[in-house]
Design a binder for this molecule. Structure first.
Ligand SMILES: Cc1cc2nc3c(=O)[nH]c(=O)nc-3n(C[C@H](O)[C@H](O)[C@H](O)COP(=O)(O)O)c2cc1C
Length: 182
């Protein structure tokens, strides 16, 4: 049986050091999982990218393709941006899609694809006025932004626990909208 396709889109936030755990959980829930990283996040995984490609069975994308290239990934049935940095949130809210990681969900949400986002940043970052504006802008476009209580709540500075990032909350929320099996 064919599986539905989930794009897991991860930014350069603490939990991305353990994004393989997020991928494992998505695969275990029955998703054909494609991983997209921001260019900054891809730098973190550069020496071990083959591990992620083995886990997903797909190329890990982090750059826009060339005009002459064809799409490397199957069409998405849902997209989950997690963990989402403060930087990606604010760029997306401002309509700047200079990374593939923003370009894909920012268009998809206006093409009927369910798009969810779960942040990971601290309370000092969250205190910037742009953050509340960007969250409101994303929600107004139809993005399901997962914060307290069903997602992630900003932690005190220097007090994050990236290993404990609740991937299961985000994946549960995706599964409540689209089932991994057609
Ligand atoms: C080791 C390290 C950990 C970081 N953790 C976070 C984080 O948890 N949340 C966040 O918003 N930014 C974090 N940053 C800052 C982002 O990586 C930085 O803003 C970057 O430009 C984000 O780009 P991206 O959103 O395209 O991945 C971290 C940076 C470093 C070097």
């Amino acid at each position: 049986m064919t599986k539905r396709v989930l794009y897991l889109i991860a930014c350069a936030a603490g939990p991305t050091q353990f994004v393989d755990e997020g991928v494992r959980q998505a695969v275990a829930r029955g998703w054909d999982t494609c991983l997209v990283l921001t260019p900054s996040a891809a730098r973190w995984w550069e020496p071990r990218m083959d591990e992620l490609e083995k886990l997903t069975g797909h190329r890990v994308r982090s750059q826009y393709k060339l005009p002459s290239e064809s799409d490397a990934l199957p069409k998405a049935d849902a997209m989950l941006v997690a963990p989402m940095t403060c930087t990606t949130l604010n760029k997306w809210g401002a309509g700047i899609s200079d990374t593939l990681a923003i370009g894909l969900p920012s268009e998809a949400v206006h093409m009927g694809v369910p798009v969810l986002a779960m942040p990971y940043f601290n309370q000092a970052q969250a205190a910037q006025p742009a953050v509340a504006r960007s969250i409101a802008d994303l929600r107004a476009q139809g993005v399901l932004y997962l914060d307290d209580p069903e997602g992630y709540r900003a932690h005190p500075p220097k007090n994050g626990h990236p290993r404990a990032y609740p991937w299961h909350h985000a994946l549960h929320a995706v599964g409540a909208i689209v089932s991994p099996a057609p």
